[in-house]
Structures are given as C-alpha cells and as structure tokens.
Design a protein around this ligand. Structure first.
Ligand code: C2O
Ligand code: CU
Ligand code: CU
Length: 539
C-alpha cells in the first residue's frame, strides 16, 4: 500500500518555490532552519522540528503524590430524579512549573464555585447521575472562542448534544436538557465540539467525566476509583503551545500523560476495587497494563458492564475517547506495580516516507497493593448483566441495511503552503477524509431510519490507526477484517468508539432512536478538526 497520497505533484517547481518563502514558518513566528540545500521533504521535516518552542522536561511535573479524587458536580436540584447544575468553561491559571509563570488552562468549573478551581485536578467535575434522571446543565462560555458541550456516548436528543452547528458564543450561555433512559448506565464524558476548535479546547483542559448508574448495579457495593487520563504538552516557559504540523498530522501527544491531572500519582489498593478509566487524550493511545504483567478483570466498556467479567486480562487498549471498567484486586500480600500506558504502534506518519517510532511507554500511576485483613477479596458475580445482540437473533448481519464509512487521507503539498492556507495554524492541505470528503456542515454524509438496526462497515484506507466514534447511541462490534481474514468480535459489548487499524474493516451493528443530525468522526481530535467527520441524518 502506498504510504499516503501526495496530490498536485509534491516535487513540482511551484511547491519548491513556495519553500523559498517559508510561509507558515513566518506565520508561526519562528525562523525556518536548514532550508537551503535540503530536499523538499527534508526541508519540511526540518521546519516541523523547529516549529515549536522547547518543551519542559518529561520529569518537570512532580510525581508520586496520592491520586486526587475527581471533583463531583453538585446537584442543585432537590427534586427526586432531577439533576441540575452549571458548568462554566473558563481560563484558569495554575502554578505548575517552579520559576515560571502559572500555566493558563481552560477548564470546566461548577457554577457554584466563585472562582476557577486552581488547586484540584483540573479535570472537569464529574457528573454522577442515575438512569431515569433528567439532567439540566446550564453552560456558561467564558472562553475567547465559541464552544459547545458534547455528551460523549449518551443518547441525548440531537439538539442537546453540543453539535458543531449549535455553537455557544463567547460570553453566552445555554441550557442542555436530557433524560437518561433505562439501560444507559455506563462511563461517559463531556467535552467541547466546535468545528476546528475541539482539539485546542480539549488540549487546553476542557473535558470531564460522567457516570450513569443503574438501580440494579451488581457492583454497587464495590469501592470505586476513577482514573481520567489526559494528555499535556507543556513548553519550558509553562505555556501550552499551539499545535504544530506534526500534531495536526498524527494527533497531538504531549510529554505528559496525566491521571486526574497529575503525573504518576500514587494509588493504594487495600481491597478489591472497581476502576473506571477514561482516555480523554486528543490522540494518545492508552495500552493499559501493569509493569509486572499482573492481570485484572475487564468488566465494562463505554456503554457499561459486559455480560460477564473477562478475567486474566493483562493489557487493554483504550483508543482516544474510549473508556473501560476494570476490577483491580488487592492480592494476598503486599506488592507494588506501576500502571502503564504501554507502547502501542499506531503507525504515526513521518513527513518523509515511512512511520515514526511509536510513543514510548509511560507510567500512569504507582500502585501499592496492601491487602488488609478484613476480607479484601470480594466475590465478583459471574453474570454482570443481560446483554443481547443488537442484530436480531439468527438473522445474518448481511440482511441488515448496510452503511459504509471509509477513512482516507491525502497530503496536498501545494495547498499546504499557499498564503493564508493555515488559519490558526491549521494546515488546509492536510486532508483526512470520510467517504472521500472532508467535513462540510452543509452536507449529509449518510441517512438512517429511526429504530432501524443497521450494519456499518468502517474501512481504514489510510496508513495509520483512527478511532471511529458515532454520536447518540451505543453500538456493538460484530467483526474485524484485515487482508480478507475476518475475526468475529470475541465478546458482546456496548461501545461508542472503536479503533480501526490501517487496512482493517470493522463491522458494527447500530441503531439511532431520535430524528435529527448526528456526527461521526475520527476521535483523534486534530483529525476531526481537519474534517475527518461526517453528518448522519436520522429520519
Ligand atoms: Cu467525543 Cu464527537 O466526540
Ligand atoms: Cu461523541
Ligand atoms: Cu484519525
């Protein structure tokens, strides 16, 4: 397979002459180094390297503090079955690097707090609600940009889902209202979704967790721990730099993978625990594993519990946007291990031909297992919940209405270097497409009928991994196929995000229940902003 498609003759004289005037290097205020005498591709990668301010050292943030609990969003309603609160998105200065000015994050704070919270974990406060609840969130936008709040994974009405076409202007506010249906218990999150600005708003800190609980949760008595993984790229002067070309192309990965806002926090496990883990990173793949290879049980995905625990799991991949529930056991005697985001090769692209090396393994947390006398071993039920296949029993999925989603990419070297091609540093000629086109708010990519179960095939014709995400519903992965070899998905699970490897086709069964427009996109937020997004019209 060709590494990627270069349009308009990458080595043409026109392009080469554009390099004589380093346009986007000037725009970003940095001198272009090493231009003369280099081949075009070499000049490009040289420019990439110099496009960004020096970063803080990978150990510049303190490690080893006890893991901070996430803040909880307080319910301002006294009515049963009703959750009401205010979320304010605003800049907050947090002292981070010694000897440097405080770092300005953008974060969600509860409307009840007078000022921005600068001491807590910085992750948006957790919305902890129950199936059947009516949720009413007033959103106040104190950012310098338009924004929205998207309720990632939840089946909320389309006009309440923070779609890019429903912007809230700087200084404005709106109320989001929705009711959580039976069966929606699971682990979700919220984040901004304005087109071309989602990546920046998330990497500056805007994201928060949601937990929806079922009345009959079989694990309600278990101690629960929340690990919200976020990514931070921090310059040596304490600022959060804008995306460079490599960030746009591969998705942004900083030098820090934080859990609840902290580097390598310390966790003490004195009895068996239920963990909920969020991958809230723009582009970082989190291959969860303990460094001593110890096993855990995988008990839930995005949309809640599995039918039965998957015991003996030693590594679990969470693509950007994905969540998981785990059982982590205290063990029989004291021990320690580090929780890692282990190396996973998502085939990041180099500007010249070939791939970049995969992101190095990074420690997420230091875990001390210190089982206490009082029966630390809880009995995990063999059955967690009833889970039925979405595609009607026995009927082959091929008889369902079919939808096709194809990821493709093209690098238009010419367009990438046109004057004005780069708005807020966004390279216009770098195309990540769905069904051959980049996102256009005026275009309906696919149309589905309300209540009709469909089979979607998501094919990745690019050379890097892309996590597919569909709004408004949870789906079931049926099978994955690469090179004509098909593997049925080994277990049933509700998901809203699924990774698709290069050359792979993933089949899902899905159904929408409300008429209106839904987004689907790559959850590498830079790719989403560059237009790897489509609109599903549900009629
Ligand atoms: Cu988590 Cu359309 O996004
Ligand atoms: Cu979403
Ligand atoms: Cu992508």
């Amino acid at each position: 397979m060709k590494r990627r498609t270069f349009l308009s003759g990458a080595l043409s004289a026109a392009t080469a002459s554009l390099f004589a005037r380093p346009l986007w290097a000037q725009e970003s205020g940095h001198a272009m180094h090493g231009m003369s005498g280099m081949g075009e591709m070499g000049a490009m990668s040289g420019a990439m390297m110099h496009a960004q301010a020096p970063l803080a050292a990978a150990d510049a943030l303190p490690a080893g503090a006890p893991l901070a609990a996430l803040r909880t969003l307080e319910n301002e309603s006294r009515e049963a079955g009703h959750f009401r609160a205010t979320l304010i998105a605003r800049p907050v200065a947090r002292p981070l690097l010694a000897g440097q000015a405080p770092t300005t994050f953008w974060q969600y704070d509860a409307g009840t707090a007078g000022q921005g919270d600068e001491t807590g974990p910085g992750i948006g406060p957790m919305i902890d609600v129950r199936e059947g609840d009516t949720v009413e969130i007033r959103f106040v936008n104190r950012l310098p940009q338009p924004s929205t709040i998207h309720w990632h994974g939840l089946p909320v009405p389309p006009d309440q889902d923070g779609n890019p076409m429903n912007l809230v202007a700087p200084g404005a506010e709106r109320v989001y209202r929705f009711t959580l249906p039976e069966g929606s218990a699971g682990t979700y999150w919220y984040h901004p979704h304005p087109h071309m600005l989602a990546s920046e708003q998330v990497f500056r800190g805007l994201a928060g967790p949601i937990v929806v609980r079922a009345a009959d949760d079989p694990l309600a008595a278990w101690p629960e721990r929340h690990l919200f993984v976020s990514d931070l790229k921090l310059a040596a002067d304490g600022t959060i730099p804008a995306n460079g070309m490599m960030d746009w192309m591969n998705g942004r990965e900083g030098q820090f993978a934080l859990v609840n806002g902290a580097r390598e926090a310390r966790i003490e496990v004195v009895r068996d625990e239920r963990w909920r883990v969020w991958n809230g990173c723009s582009a970082r793949y989190v291959q969860l594993a303990f460094d001593d290879g110890r096993a855990f049980a995988h008990i839930g995905t995005d949309g809640g519990l599995l039918a039965a625990p998957r015991e003996g799991v030693t590594s679990l991949l969470l693509a950007p946007g994905e969540r998981a529930e785990l059982i982590v056991r205290a063990g029989r005697s004291a021990s320690r291990a580090r929780l890692m985001a282990a190396q996973y090769d998502r085939r990041k692209m180099a500007m010249s031909h070939g791939s970049l090396p995969p992101t190095l393994t990074v420690a997420l947390a230091q875990v001390q297992f210190a089982p206490r006398g009082e029966a630390p071993m809880l009995a995990l039920p063999a059955q967690l919940r009833a889970l039925a296949p979405l595609a009607p029993g026995g009927s082959p999925a091929a008889s369902l209405p079919q939808k096709s989603v194809v990821f493709s990419e093209a690098m238009d070297m010419h367009a990438m270097h046109q004057p004005g091609a780069s708005k807020s540093g966004m390279p216009q000629g770098m195309q990540f497409m769905i069904n051959g086109e980049t996102y256009d708010p005026a275009r309906i990519t696919l149309t589905s009928r309300r209540g009709e179960v469909e089979q979607w095939t998501i094919a990745n014709h690019t050379d890097m991994d892309h996590p597919f995400h569909l709004h408004g519903t949870q789906f079931q992965v049926l099978s994955r196929e690469t090179g004509g070899v098909r593997a049925d998905e080994p277990y049933l699970a509700w998901r809203d995000t699924v990774n698709v490897q290069p050359g792979e086709s993933v089949r899902i069964a899905t159904v929408q229940h409300a008429a209106g427009e839904r987004m689907f996109h790559c959850h590498i937020l830079e790719h989403e902003d560059l237009g790897m997004m489509g609109t599903l019209r549900v009629i």
